[in-house]
Write a protein that binds this ligand. Structure first.
Ligand SMILES: *Cc1c(COP(=O)(O)O)cnc(C)c1O
Length: 480
């Protein structure tokens, strides 16, 4: 069947210009009707309208119509391509082969199966989010996970908000509104994506009092800054940079003592914060909320989706009276977490109760502790297929490299790893373009592959690729 302009009445057209068929006529073609079943009437009709409008525009501009513009099969194919493209989700799975395990732009922590199951339950069913099953009365969503957080961190009380930026903001606003907060100048950091300590402080309504210098701050700097206007002392973990050399920072314990001498709370923004001793897992040390609490901190804030390996969340743990003040702040309601976050967080925290199996079950820790020999094996497994797929385009080799933890944690520590390095066969002029083409081809795979360019090669760090097949099965779709 065809929509040739002659078809309607069988007579030859008076002018050589084709007539544009009506929307209804196109929609009534059997193969277009089939599309309606798959994609729905509304979007299929819109796609037909759009196509006919394009044809009209071409005719108005005296442009030739595409070949076979009215052939049913061609038409249905073209419509289906457009409909399928529009139905592609915009949030898609990618393979993070950047070598940065907790990559903020790629979604940070991947949730364990236990957390995914909990999210599915909370999302698809009714749940006791704010309902006390024992008494049959209204409950508090925080109470669902507060006991677990207290058990794991040893804190008196805990609460959760949307992310750690919100946690810091809420704590400052609750405890330091119109008052002064003292911070070391060396800790006035910017954390990727516009979290700047001085800005957050200003928006929270606190006056920032910087003490010390960029590289050295002493206890007496803090002591001299305390006055009647002071609300709290703050320590910010400078997670994403390290100052080396002639440096001095004040220990948490000393700051806590000083704060308490003046009846002030001492707060620590840990940023990442891990709930286990990473040394036990062969990883570089990272401070824990437990360390800060033992040192005397009254309030500690940290992220849910950094080293903790859970959903995006900001966790506050500490003194009961301070947490109570924070929970009473009306902003708490504006920054609260949803049921899916709580479900995921509870499931992840449960895994921490069994540290022996944590590295196997929590993806973040599993990837960070993955044996380098295992990563190399994955690289060797993939090498022949990758070499064949890139023949004439790039030279492929297995190369030792270093992964990063990411999300600002441990900026100077690197984890030994292996990558597949793709060096374009074109050398000199055109090499940069060739490299961009390779990057682009991998980014355009059905499951986009994100690597990084290093030393003239496109490198895919295989630390976060646990199944070689997820990459290998796609190589046939590479288009350069
Ligand atoms: C990452 C980080 C934050 C922000 O945490 P989000 O969970 O990303 O909002 C705040 N402070 C420090 C020290 C951080 O490292």
């Amino acid at each position: 069947m065809s929509l040739s302009p002659h078809a309607a009445d069988g007579t030859a057209p008076a002018t050589p210009l084709p007539t544009i068929p009506s929307v209804d006529r196109v929609l009534n073609l059997p193969s277009v009707r089939a599309l309606t079943e798959t994609y729905g009437r509304a979007v299929t009709t819109a796609a037909v309208r759009q196509w006919l409008a394009e044809l009209r525009e071409r005719l108005a501009g005296n442009l030739a119509l595409p070949a076979d513009a009215f052939a049913e099969i061609k038409l249905a194919e073209m419509l289906e391509q457009r409909l399928a493209a529009a139905r592609q989700p915009h949030l898609r799975q990618v393979l993070n082969l950047t070598g940065t395990v907790l990559h903020t732009n790629l979604g940070r922590a991947r949730l364990p199966d236990e957390a995914v199951a909990a999210v599915v339950m909370a999302a698809s069913q009714s749940c006791n989010l704010e309902y006390d099953l024992a008494s049959g009365t209204r409950g508090d969503r925080d109470e669902l996970i507060e006991p677990l957080l207290c058990e794991i961190t040893g804190a008196e009380a805990a609460t959760v908000v949307n992310n750690n930026a919100a946690a810091v903001f809420l704590a400052l606003n609750s405890l330091g509104l119109r008052k002064q907060v003292i911070v070391s100048r060396g800790e006035l950091v910017e954390i990727g994506g516009a979290f700047r300590v001085p800005d957050i402080m200003a928006r929270a309504g606190c006056r920032l009092k910087e003490v010390g210098t960029t590289n050295r701050t002493h206890l007496k700097d803090f002591a001299e800054a305390i006055d009647a206007k002071t609300a709290l002392l703050l320590k910010v973990h400078t997670s994403n940079y390290a100052i080396q050399g002639f440096t001095a920072t004040v220990e948490e314990a000393a700051l806590a003592q000083l704060a308490h001498k003046h009846n002030l709370p001492f707060m620590v923004d840990l940023g990442s914060g891990t709930l286990v001793n990473l040394r036990d897992f062969g990883l570089p040390q990272e401070p824990t909320p437990m360390d800060s609490l033992v040192a005397g901190a009254d309030l500690v804030t940290f992220s849910g989706d950094k080293l903790l390996g859970g959903p995006q969340a900001g966790i506050l743990v500490g003194r009961r009276d301070l947490i109570a003040r924070i929970k009473k702040n009306p902003l708490k309601r504006a920054l609260r977490v949803d049921k899916m976050t709580l479900a995921a967080l509870e499931a992840v925290l449960q895994l921490y109760r069994d540290p022996d199996r944590l590295a196997a079950r929590l993806p973040t820790l599993r990837l960070l502790t993955r044996a380098v020999a295992d990563i190399e094996r994955t690289a060797q497994t993939l090498l022949p297929a990758m070499g064949a797929a890139l023949a004439g385009v790039a030279q492929v080799e297995v190369r030792a490299c270093h992964s990063q933890i990411g999300s600002g944690s441990l900026p100077i520590d690197r984890l030994p790893s292996f990558c597949l390095a793709l060096t374009p066969v074109v050398r000199g002029k055109g090499e940069g373009t060739a490299l961009k083409k390779i990057e682009h081809a991998f980014r355009n795979l059905p499951v986009p592959v994100i690597g990084r360019v290093s030393e003239g090669a496109f490198c895919m760090d295989l630390r976060c690729l646990e199944q070689a097949d997820m990459l290998q099965s796609q190589l046939g779709s590479l288009r350069f």
